[in-house]
Design a protein around this ligand. Structure first.
Ligand SMILES: Cc1cc2nc3c(=O)[nH]c(=O)nc-3n(C[C@H](O)[C@H](O)[C@H](O)COP(=O)(O)OP(=O)(O)OC[C@H]3O[C@@H](n4cnc5c(N)ncnc54)[C@H](O)[C@@H]3O)c2cc1C
Length: 447
């Protein structure tokens, strides 16, 4: 006999939505709570603005999953401590299970002097800004002409893409602790910024660090062949790299704005076969007027799950099974026990790791664990589930929160598509929550 339960999923990014599909396929009903008005998470508000095919493809898939009558989408609802809805309150309402797929919303800092100067930003905030996610879409980002990006992954490439192609800054300086071979970005992504690479500067930079590369057994000539291209940077806008540097201080001017970055020069050593950066004590000033940290994110501790070193604590016990159920169970290290009926998946389980496909796979594995947990519990009736959804909506309303439903999202998207057509562009987004709510209300009134 098919089992049915009402499951609450917190976060409607790729992990939450693909996870919902697996729960629904197993016969369960899902209440999908989402901080943002619109679903999609970083697929909507992270993936680069002009990746039309990828974004529209994902939107279509998400829409289909959300259209299932067993899915209740409640957008513009943030779960967490000091919010209208806490995880404890959700637990007390007696849902079959609570699944946290809220991504990695906390930001990491380097903890260096001067990092609160005007002009220092986290990549995620910048990415949310140019992808039109309120309130970041409404904030001013004081980006100058010469911008340092700290970190060497795909997010660095996206930020450099935005700075060079859209903001048309004069120079982007990528600052990396280790050398060219330790890059974390994909070559297929680098093509978006390759035309700005200052090849003469790259040659000098590789020559500057060549003895350190040789010291760890790296082939300097092969590195030159791979990383030095031909030609001048397009339209004079330059992309340069400063390898083997760790930032130690943001230098601010007397108005508190970024005037430069002080970085310690590193060497590389081999540890267990891996290259590790080691400071030399020698410092160098890099002249930039803005700094963006693209060093990955951490989970949001205010969600209220046990938290340690940027991650939610999961059950350290290695339980049998594929997937290992323990990895999806939040764990209280003081009581030495997993939290009953709560699960984590996607970037909430493994912050800033992998593309959409990885978050999807993680959620699908996690939902196998959730479905196995639910199979041991007595069934819920359709009437009981309906009453619980109503009670949740009532609770939100009495706490001053008016959730946005999937019907509201349809109206909003309809209005945005009309606006996009009128502007002869493939995509248009309203950039404030108030405007989105106003548009939904106007469409409802006009029906
Ligand atoms: C800059 C950038 C570019 C990327 N580009 C690509 C790309 O080109 N291709 C690709 O395949 N992958 C890309 N990725 C990776 C991809 O976006 C992630 O793998 C994926 O989005 C992670 O999914 P998730 O559901 O775990 O988290 P998220 O996508 O972050 O979704 C989390 C959801 O939870 C909600 N939420 C957060 N906190 C709460 C709360 N307290 N209460 C309720 N809801 C909450 C949010 O509103 C959001 O909808 C990119 C990532 C970044 C950062």
């Amino acid at each position: 006999m098919s089992q049915q339960h009402l499951v609450v999923v917190v976060g409607a990014g790729p992990a939450g939505i693909y996870g919902t599909r697996k729960l629904v396929e197993a016969g369960h009903h899902v209440v999908l709570l989402n901080r943002d008005i619109k679903p999609g998470g970083l697929a909507e508000y992270g993936i680069f603005v002009d990746k039309e095919k990828m974004k529209t493809g994902l939107r279509k898939q998400f829409k289909k999953i959300l259209a299932d009558p067993k899915v209740f989408y409640l957008g513009h609802v943030t779960v967490g401590a000091n919010q209208a809805l806490t995880l404890d309150a959700l637990k007390a309402m007696g849902f079959g299970a609570v699944v946290v797929t809220a991504g990695a919303q906390g930001t990491k800092k380097l903890g260096i002097e001067g990092e609160d100067a005007v002009g220092v930003y986290h990549a995620k905030d910048v990415v949310y800004h140019y992808n039109s996610l309120p309130p970041f879409s409404q904030r001013t980002f004081e980006i100058g002409r010469r911008v340092a990006i700290i970190g060497m992954g795909n997010v660095m490439v996206d930020i450099a893409n935005w700075l060079l192609n859209h903001k048309k800054v004069d120079q982007v300086v990528v600052v990396a602790r280790r050398g060219p071979l330790e890059k974390a970005y994909d070559d297929s992504e680098f093509k978006y910024i390759d035309m700005y690479l200052d090849n003469a500067d790259m040659k000098q930079e590789i020559e500057r660090i060549s003895s350190h590369l040789t010291a760890v057994g790296q082939d300097v000539e092969a590195i030159k062949t791979k990383f030095i291209g031909q030609g001048e940077p397009l339209e004079g806008r330059k992309l340069t790299f400063r390898y083997l540097y760790s930032p130690i201080k943001v230098i601010a001017n007397d108005q508190g704005r970024v005037a430069g970055l002080e970085a310690e020069q590193n060497i590389m050593i081999l540890q267990d076969g891996k290259t590790v950066a080691k400071g030399t004590g020698t410092t160098q000033r890099i002249d930039v007027d803005s700094v963006i940290y693209a060093i990955g994110d951490q989970v949001d501790a205010s969600l209220g799950l046990p938290f340690s070193r940027g991650a939610f604590v999961t059950n350290p016990e290695k339980l049998p099974g594929d997937p290992n159920p323990a990895a999806y169970q939040p764990y209280n290290p003081e009581l030495k026990s997993p939290l009953e009926g709560i699960f984590v998946a996607g970037w909430s389980r493994n912050a800033s790791v992998g593309l959409v496909g990885v978050a999807k796979q993680d959620a699908e594995r996690g939902m196998k664990v959730v479905n196995a947990y639910l199979a041991q519990k007595p069934d819920s009736s359709a009437g009981e589930m309906e009453m619980k959804v109503e009670a949740l909506i009532e609770r939100l309303k009495s706490n001053g929160v008016s959730p946005v439903t999937k019907e509201d999202i349809e109206l909003l998207e309809g209005a945005e598509q009309e606006e996009a057509r009128a502007r002869k562009t493939w995509d248009f987004k309203y950039t404030s929550d108030d405007k989105m709510i106003e548009v939904i209300a106007a469409r409802k009134a006009a029906r």
